[in-house]
Design a protein around this ligand. Sequence first.
Ligand code: G6P
Length: 609
Amino acid sequence: MCGIIGYVGEKNASDILITGLKRLEYRGYDSVGIALVNSDLYVKKQIGKIAELSSGLDHNKLAKYTTGIGHTRWATHGIPSDINAHPHCDCRNEIAVVHNGIIENYAVIKKMLIKYGHNLKSDTDTEVIVHLIEYYYQKYSLLDSVLKALSKLEGTYGILVVSKKEPHKIIAAKKGSPLILGIGESEMVIASDASAIVEHTQKVIYVEDNEVIELEKDSFKTYGLDKKAIDKRIEDINWDIESIEKQGFDHFMLKEIFEQPETITNAFRGRMLADTGSIRLDGLNLSDKELNEIERIIFIACGTSFHAGIIGEYLIEEFARIPVEVEYASEFRYRKPILKKGDLAIVISQSGETADTLAGLQEAKTLGIKVLGITNVVGSTIARETDGGVYIHAGPEIGVASTKAFTSQVSVLILLTLLLARKRQNTAEEIKLYIKHFKEIPEIVTKILAKDNEIKEIAKQYKDSKNFLYLGRGVQYPVALEGALKLKEISYVHAEGYPAAEMKHGPIALIDENMPVVIIAPKDEVYSKVINNMEEIKARNGKIIAVAFEGDEDIQNYADHVIYVPGVRKMFAPLVTVIPLQMLAYHIAVLRGCDVDQPRNLAKSVTVE
Ligand code: G6P
């Protein structure tokens, strides 16, 4: 979704903005632009990629500009076009604004501005912001004009504003869209995402909603919307530039798939005490009493995080015997859910910024229940607004299609299951055994990753298929959903995930010799049922790609291809069965010539509703 970056310092701002925008590329975008200020205002914006914009810039000529703002746009109001791209400028070409978010009352404001003689050129909601600022700027300073304009806006925003009349300054403001300020030596970099900041500085402040910052190269002042000064705490970002580079891999997604042995380890490191058979998740901020009193857990999430939530549901209900519900955040926030004492809400979000998940969090809080978070991005809005939670410590995930964050989320959900199971059902000895098995998982994942070529060969045979079906039962059902999602996200092939037995109630009508069916069939208590489903597919000439446990020779009688993974206990099985599905989707997308890391229309972090 839209990315924004601003720089004020002593260096060539255009270079820094372009590099920063490239770091934000992964968020998904359709157009790009920059504005540079000195005694004049230079604006360049267009539909298409950052590299195209950059190649049209004379970087040497632009070296005189040491302040500027940049934007990658993901269209919401108005089609992707040069005119709709940000930055947007006022009538006099003095002020430029970039914006992430949605201004809900823009139509009313636009009408008023046109009545006052303003000339608005685009179809965007954003353009009203800059003209409103212009309206006040005739009388007030830039800071005061921004504050006055904000008081008229409804909706969400992360904005950066520059003016040629106050050229060495950026005014930034936030409500509902992320904004992080990086504090360097005689320079400030402000962005919607830490990945655009880390190469300049590790010192940051997290801008909160309804805060406005006035930035100059050596200073920043933070205000509330009432212009009262606010003290901010400077924090350290704990990741470095290597973690956001491809490091020899063709794509970020592939790198992230291959990082999973390490990221799963990071998710459980220090949290499993093998000698006492106990689990430590201190960040939950729940006393023993509170843990014992949980009567129901509600997971709230979107996309891949939602699939992790369903795995959490299956595991917690089976192993800890606590009722669990999983809700799409976008539904939860509006469907007037009934929550009661004893309920615990847990929001799951890789980015910690997904607008619907954030709104779900707020809805649950309003309804008076405790809300915890399972997030990856340290300091993200969701991490800060929850009552407690667990970081998954997967490191920056750049590929739009989530892979390592998913297995890390599942790993944390396994830890939560074990923590609750120890409280309710299991002895320390039993938990010790689970801990031992969990520690073996990263090595098992490494073995599966070694099957990359084998999976690529299968991908070659099915790369032109128009539809795929993914089937699994029990805890493998959400894995099937996730496998199908991976394929459609990055290869634009239609794919459906289904509980295997539900196939008979509809999808079976689609099966013929052109329909590959990916079946996850580990040796568990429903194995024989899944074999029956495979027979039904074979009887209709469907092609079967099975994911099965090593040693299961029999399955070859039913499947056209078998991808073997080492056998593991049911609790850990999703962590191993999902890996081949990620690799299959990756290879099919590459073979189809798709842009794996930046699939069309998708955004990594969906910060608008
Ligand atoms: C977008 C991303 C998905 C992600 C979903 C939820 O759709 O493309 O990869 O699963 O948002 O994001 P979150 O950051 O809340 O986990």
